[in-house]
Write a protein that binds this ligand. Structure first.
Ligand code: NAD
Ligand code: UDP
Length: 360
């Protein structure tokens, strides 16, 4: 039987970021029209430069804290800095991006009757008291800590999604995304996978925060993006929240050793203080995604890491890069980003729009 695909007009906010750029790619491959909306705070045109010539791809510089008037069939709302050092750089703006951004994207969806998906996060579970985390767990977050701008912003965005559903019968989808890694992560975003790979490739000390016994469960980017697409393709009755992530749990210490092994690195391990409110354990229960979406991750950690290492290896050999000066970014959370090679330079100063906190 021949399957007929219907071309849809799809907005991806945060489309020039790590996950967003992969999502734009998948949507184009599936034959859709994509409008990538981004203010380039943590994302970059480089992430989507290979899509710019595509007849179905458009790129719009726009900040989601302001209203947007366009036509579309579906909206993926990914706009929000995701790494702790990025979202803590300008916490007020982070909350605004989550909350005002959700209001504006939901308002748009309501006006044009579009389906809308929210990129929520495992951070809504905070430092969880239940393990693994299933969707019916309400979480354990600190509303006044340094992670709250992100955690509580995302929790409030979820509230807004469900209120728009109840009040305006909007077709909503909420995905709770667990730690995801892969090509096009920002090399200096302070996230553990990018930090460790960059450090290992440079034979620099691997910065273990605390004793390294805290755990995470890492999902490779193609698996995650496939899950988002499947979730958006479901009927009206499926709203989520649905966990999307890889349930294979690993300690940070073990991750460091794995990356050292895969890179044949001479790096040693260096203990540094653990950031405030760092969650101790995190592992998704993905039973709901399996049941409702017939989705589960397929890429093994070592395979995904090998691809990511190749990506960073090539990137670090390329002089033209936008990077955040490590000291400036790290200062807000008191932990170090990876020490980058000389070409890290000043090119990145000002690429983080959050340094300009003027939009009030
Ligand atoms: P990212 O920082 O690479 O991408 C975020 C994108 O949003 C960037 O391109 C950035 O420039 C853009 N952006 C930020 N503020 C904006 C604003 N006000 N207006 C318009 N654009 C704005 O991060 P990512 O890892 O690709 O994460 C994408 C989404 O997925 C985020 O919403 C994040 O919270 C969520 N998420 C990611 C992970 C992960 O492990 N990568 C885990 C949980 C949730
Ligand atoms: N981490 C670490 N060294 C680093 C960066 C992070 O030990 O150089 C730890 C961090 O303390 C946390 C885990 O790795 O326990 C994951 O951190 P990341 O910032 O990637 O994601 P999140 O904490 O948001 O899950």
């Amino acid at each position: 039987m021949v399957s007929i695909k219907i071309r849809r007009r799809i907005v991806v906010s945060g489309g020039a970021g790590f996950l967003g750029s992969h999502l734009c790619e998948l949507l184009l491959t599936e034959g859709h029209e994509v409008l990538c909306v981004d203010n380039f705070f943590t994302g970059s045109k480089d992430n989507v430069s290979h899509l710019l010539g595509h007849p179905c791809f458009e790129l719009l510089r726009h900040d989601v804290t302001f209203p947007l008037y366009i036509e579309a069939d579906e909206i993926y709302n990914l706009a929000c800095p995701a790494s702790p050092i990025h979202y803590q750089l300008d916490p007020v703006q982070t909350t605004k991006t989550s909350v005002h951004g959700a209001i504006n994207m939901l308002g748009l969806a309501k006006r044009i009757r579009a389906k809308i998906l929210q990129a929520s996060t495992s951070e809504v579970y905070g430092d969880p008291l239940v393990h693994p985390q299933a969707e019916n767990y309400w979480g354990h977050t600190n509303p006044i800590g340094p992670r709250a701008c992100y955690d509580e912003g995302k929790r409030c965005a979820e509230t807004l999604f469900f209120d728009y559903r109840r009040q305006h019968s909007l077709s909503i989808k909420v995905a709770r995304i667990f730690n995801t890694y892969g090509e096009r992560m920002h090399p200096n975003d302070g996230r553990v996978v990018s930090n460790f790979i960059v450090q290992a490739l440079g034979n620099k000390p691997i910065t273990i925060y605390g004793d390294g016994m805290q755990t995470r469960s890492f999902c490779y980017v193609s698996d995650l993006i496939g899950g988002l697409y499947k979730l958006m393709s479901t009927g009206d009755s499926i709203t989520g929240p649905i966990n999307l992530g890889n349930p294979s749990e690993i300690s940070i210490l073990e991750l460091a050793k794995t990356i050292i092994g895969l890179t044949n690195s001479r790096s040693r391990l260096e203990r540094v203080p653990v950031p405030v409110d760092d969650p101790q354990r995190r592992k998704p229960d993905v039973s709901l995604a399996k049941a409702l979406l017939a989705w589960e991750p397929t890429v093994h950690l070592k395979d995904g890491l090998a691809r990511t290492i190749t990506y960073f290896d090539n990137l670090l050999a390329t002089p033209r890069m936008e990077r955040i000066p490590p000291r400036r970014a790290a200062s807000s959370v008191g932990v170090a980003g990876p020490s980058l090679s000389a070409d890290a330079g000043g090119a990145a100063v000002g690429t983080l729009r959050g340094l300009d906190a003027s939009a009030s």
